[in-house]
Design a protein around this ligand. Structure first.
Ligand code: FES
Length: 62
């Protein structure tokens, strides 16, 4: 599923960055991708995906 339609960034790509690059906030994602740099509609859903991925990782680790 595409989160950022303006730049074609998928939820998978965001999850991968969180898991593999250790990114934990929207600022980190913005540094690696163009997410949010056009209309900005994707910022909120992207943040939810980051939080969801982090809490899943936390649950798996504990
Ligand atoms: S949907 Fe991401 S900047 Fe427009």
């Amino acid at each position: 599923m595409y989160v950022c339609l303006c730049h074609g960034i998928s939820d998978k790509k965001i999850k991968k960055l969180v898991i593999e690059e250790g990114i934990s906030d929207i600022r980190g994602i913005k540094k690696c991708t163009a997410l949010g740099s056009q209309c900005g509609k994707c910022v909120r859903p992207a943040k939810e995906i980051i939080d969801e991925t982090l809490s899943t990782q936390f649950r798996q680790a504990s």
